[in-house]
Design a protein around this ligand. Structure first.
Ligand code: PLP
Length: 368
């Protein structure tokens, strides 16, 4: 197995994990019923609440992010779900609804575009009472689009009895998000993206409204029953055996994030995104070739950029990723249909501007 040197791993998840976080996982395992886990869960809560921007408790789930996406569908809709779709991961909420036989519709835009508040208002107003849950992705990792979640939530609040669930898997900890202030009912994320933890944990918080809705739903599933999470988090525990080693790592990361400061962290991510966008524009200008950014201007994620390649027949996304790997760097190919014609750079987690500059210099050599 080739070992990638630290500072060179730029996938948009999983992201690089710095050594002290890996070391935190080597603490002795503790039981999941009793004072040790209660101390650990209790210690996690202040940092998690700050991360989510909520006064509500934050659930710790031993699953990947998709588990909590399922929870949103099975626990929060009694009528019909409206899934805002702008790429592969936002499509997943719709696919989950179909998988559970729950009524759902899609409000889709093209890949690279964002879901807009005015489109949402039009659909919700067309038949008031049709939907009781809207799902939206914050940072669409397949395209690098950042949806205007705050504005979309404000539209949802114009209507009675509709909840909004936000997939913040590749945004939380890297892009501003304030659950309570923005009126979000369910926010979920995964450990392995902007939080820079190893994969294996999902985190989520539910509003009081969301919990009231879950209480009114008879069949919420079992492993991802939010009422079980709610009950256990009040006792500083989890419904089933949690990945305690990952929770030790999470505790360590929350301490490091508190030292950095959330606003500073958001600015660092934005600066890396701005630099990547400027680099693509320079590349296009200097080479005279049609490089581009997949995400529409004004809707670009601070954590991931998908770069369009000018001549995929000659040099495709997989070619670029393979050549970068030969140089000891990891970037992602485009996602799904965009695989041949783009690459994706994950500038999130613990990456620094210096590391990003080194990556872009290597990438420029490969591309030109
Ligand atoms: N949502 C987004 C935006 C993602 O980027 C991903 C994973 O890449 C997921 C959901 C699915 O998360 P997981 O792979 O942790 O289940």
């Amino acid at each position: 197995m080739t070992t990638i040197e630290y500072g060179r791993f730029f996938l948009p998840g999983p992201t690089e994990v710095e050594p002290s976080t890996l070391a935190a996982m080597t603490q002795p395992v503790i039981g999941h019923r009793g004072p040790e886990i209660q101390r650990l869960m209790g210690a996690l809560q202040p940092g998690l609440k700050q991360l989510f921007g909520t006064v509500r408790p934050v659930y710790v789930s031993t699953s990947s992010g998709t588990g909590m996406m399922e929870a949103a569908i099975t626990n929060l809709s009694r009528k019909r779900v409206l899934c805002l779709v702008c790429g592969a991961f936002s499509q997943r909420s719709y696919d989950i609804a179909l998988g559970f036989g729950r009524p759902a519709d899609r409000l889709a835009v093209g890949w690279g575009e964002a879901n807009l508040p005015e489109d949402l208002r039009e659909v919700l107003a067309a038949e008031p009472g049709r939907y009781d849950l809207v799902t939206v992705v914050h940072s669409e990792t397949s395209t690098g689009v950042l949806n205007p979640v705050r504005e979309l939530a404000a539209v949802v609040r114009e209507f009675d009895d509709i909840l909004i669930s936000v997939d913040a898997v590749s945004s939380l900890g890297g892009a501003p998000l304030r659950m309570d202030e923005w009126g979000l009912d369910f926010v979920l994320t995964g450990a392995q993206k902007a939080l820079a933890l190893p994969p294996g944990l999902a985190l989520a918080a539910a509003s009081e409204r969301a919990i009231a809705r879950a209480r009114a739903i008879e069949h919420r599933g079992f492993y991802f029953d939010l009422l079980k999470f709610e009950k256990q988090v009040e006792r500083q525990m989890t419904p089933s055996t949690p990945a305690v080693s990952l929770m030790f790592a999470l505790q360590h990361r929350l301490d490091l994030m508190a030292q950095e400061g959330m606003e500073v962290r958001w600015r660092r991510h934005q600066a890396m995104a701005d630099r990547t966008h400027a680099w693509v524009e320079e590349l296009e200008r200097d080479s005279g070739r049609a490089y581009g950014i997949v995400a529409a201007a004004g809707y670009r994620s601070p954590t991931v950029t998908a770069v369009r390649l000018p001549d995929p027949e000659r040099l495709s996304g997989p070619d670029v990723a393979a050549r970068m790997r030969e140089r000891g760097y990891i970037v992602a190919t485009g996602y799904g249909a965009l695989k041949p014609e783009s690459i994706r750079i994950g500038h999130m987690g613990e990456h620094t501007m210096v590391q990003l500059e080194e990556l872009l210099a290597q990438l420029e050599e490969v591309l030109t």
